[in-house]
Design a protein around this ligand. Structure first.
Ligand code: NAD
Length: 378
C-alpha cells in the first residue's frame, strides 16, 4: 500500500514509530463518563487537534477504517477547513472547534478521546485543555519539549481522571511487538549491544519560518526530538522498557548553516543501561536512514531499513526472517488504544513512557552541549 505523500518540504518521506508490552497506566483513571457504555457497544469518538500533514494523510484516513473508534470532531484554526472535514467525515459542523474553544468539548458526548497533533511545543497547552474538558488524551510524539511540560500534562490528566497515552504507533505494530517479545523473554539472552539510526533529508529550501521542525521554539530541538525518539524507543524496548542510566552525545557537523540555524543537523549518542548494555544511536536531517539492531550472547534481532517509517517493517533474527501480518500502523494504534480504554486495560504507551523519553532527550542534549557523560534521572 502506498502512503500518500504530503507536499510540505519535511514530509516527503515520513517515518513510523514503535511499541512493546510494558503495561503501565499513565493514570489510574476513575471510570469516566465516556466509558459508561458497555464495552464494545460503541466506537469511541476521536477529536483530532491540528489538521496538518499527519492528521490529513495518516490519522484521518485511518479513522475511516478503525473498528473501535471514529472521527467525531476536529480542532483547527480555520473554520472553513473544519467544515470541509465535517462534510468529508460525516460529523456535525458543531463539532468543529478552535484552539481557543477546546474546553467547549466538555459535555459533548460524541467526543471520548482528544488526539493532539500540533507542533511539539504546543502539545502541553492542547493536552491540558483536552484534560480540562474531561476527555482522554492521545499526545503525539515527542510528548513535549521539556520534562516540566510532561509533568504538567500528566498532572492535568490525573486531576481530570482521564487517560493519557502517547502516539507511539510502533508499539501496536506486529514486528516491533515481536521485537519486544524477544527482548522480554530473553529468547537470545538479554540484549547487550545495540545500534540504530533514524532520519530523513530536510529540503535545502526549508527555513525556520516555513518549517516548524527547524524552529527551536516550536520543535524544542532537531532530529533528536523528531526522529531520534524512535531510536530511543527501540533501545528502551530492547531493555524491556528500562531507561538508560547515563548517556554521552555529540552534535554532528553543520553542513547547511542556512537551514540549521536553530536546531542540530544531526546528533549521535550512546545510551548506557544497568548491567553494561549499551546502544549507539544517531538521528539526522541530512540523510534517509532507519534501522535498529540488537545483539545478545546467543543471537541477534534486526529491524531492517526502514525500521521506523510507515512502510511495512521487516524483522530478521539470527534464526532467519520473521513473517508477520502487515498492518496499517495508525489503524492498529487507534484501535489498540480504543480497545485498551473500552476493556479497561492499562495502555502499552502511557504518558510516563513519553516523559521517560523526554528525560532521556534532555540528558542527551545536556551531554552533547557539555561534552560530558550525563546521568539520566527518570
Ligand atoms: P504539520 O506542520 O503538518 O501540522 C501541524 C498542524 O498544527 C497544522 O495544522 C497547523 O496549522 C497546526 N498549528 C496550530 N498552531 C500552530 C502554530 N503556532 N505553528 C504551526 N502550526 C500550528 O505537522 P505534522 O507533521 O502533522 O506533525 C504534527 C505532530 O505530529 C508533531 O508533534 C509530529 O512530531 C507528530 N507526527 C507524528 C508522526 C508519527 O508517525 N507518529 C508522524 C508525523 C508527525
Amino acid at each position: 500500500m502506498k502512503t500518500p505523500v504530503p507536499s510540505n518540504p519535511v514530509s516527503r518521506r515520513r517515518f513510523l514509530g514503535q511499541m512493546a508490552v510494558a503495561a503501565a497506566l499513565v493514570v489510574a483513571p476513575r471510570r469516566s463518563r465516556a466509558l459508561d457504555t458497555p464495552p464494545q457497544a460503541k466506537r469511541l469518538g476521536v477529536a483530532l487537534v491540528g489538521l496538518g500533514s499527519y492528521s490529513t494523510y495518516q490519522l484521518g484516513p485511518a479513522l475511516r477504517s478503525t473498528r473501535h473508534c471514529r472521527l467525531a470532531a476536529v480542532v483547527t484554526g480555520s473554520r472553513g477547513k473544519g467544515a470541509r472535514w465535517a462534510r468529508d467525515y460525516g460529523f456535525p459542523e458543531k463539532n468543529v472547534f478552535g484552539y481557543d474553544t477546546m474546553e467547549q468539548m466538555a459535555g459533548n458526548p460524541a467526543i471520548d478521546i482528544v488526539y493532539v497533533v500540533t507542533p511539539n511545543s504546543l502539545h502541553a497547552e492542547h493536552c491540558m485543555a483536552a484534560a480540562r474538558a474531561g476527555k482522554h488524551v492521545i499526545c503525539e510524539k515527542p510528548m513535549a519539549t521539556s520534562l516540566a511540560e510532561c509533568d504538567a500534562i500528566i498532572a492535568a490528566c490525573r486531576a481530570a481522571g482521564v487517560r493519557l497515552t502517547v502516539g507511539y504507533r510502533l508499539h501496536y505494530e506486529p514486528h516491533h511487538a515481536e521485537f519486544a517479545r524477544l527482548a522480554r523473554e530473553e529468547v537470545f539472552g538479554p540484549f547487550l549491544r545495540m545500534s540504530g539510526a533514524n532520519g530523513f533529508e530536510m529540503d535545502s529550501s526549508a527555513t525556520t519560518r516555513t518549517v516548524w521542525r527547524l524552529s527551536q521554539k516550536l520543535a524544542g530541538g532537531g532530529p533528536l526530538m523528531d526522529m531520534g525518539v524512535y531510536v530511543i524507543q527501540a533501545a528502551c524496548m530492547a531493555k524491556v522498557e528500562a531507561a538508560p542510566v547515563a548517556v554521552t552525545a555529540k552534535f554532528g557537523p553543520v553542513t547547511r548553516p542556512e537551514v540549521f540555524s536553530e536546531v542540530e543537523e544531526s546528533i549521535s549518542w550512546t545510551m548506557e543501561f544497568a548491567g553494561g548494555a549499551a546502544a549507539r544511536c544517531r538521528a539526522t536531517y541530512g540523510e534517509e536512514v532507519s534501522n535498529f539492531r540488537a545483539e545478545a550472547d546467543h543471537g541477534w534481532a534486526q529491524l531492517e531499513d526502514p525500521a521506523f517509517y510507515y512502510a511495512e517493517p521487516r524483522l530478521s533474527t539470527s534464526r532467519g526472517p520473521v513473517n508477520l501480518p502487515k498492518v496499517n500502523h495508525q489503524v492498529a494504534q487507534l484501535d489498540g488504544m480504543a480497545l485498551e480504554l473500552l476493556e479497561g486495560r492499562p495502555s502499552i504507551a502511557p504518558g510516563e513512557m513519553g516523559r521517560r523519553d523526554i528525560a532521556i532527550i534532555e540528558a542527551i542534549y545536556a551531554a552533547a552541549k557539555s561534552g560530558r557523560r550525563k546521568e539520566v534521572g527518570v
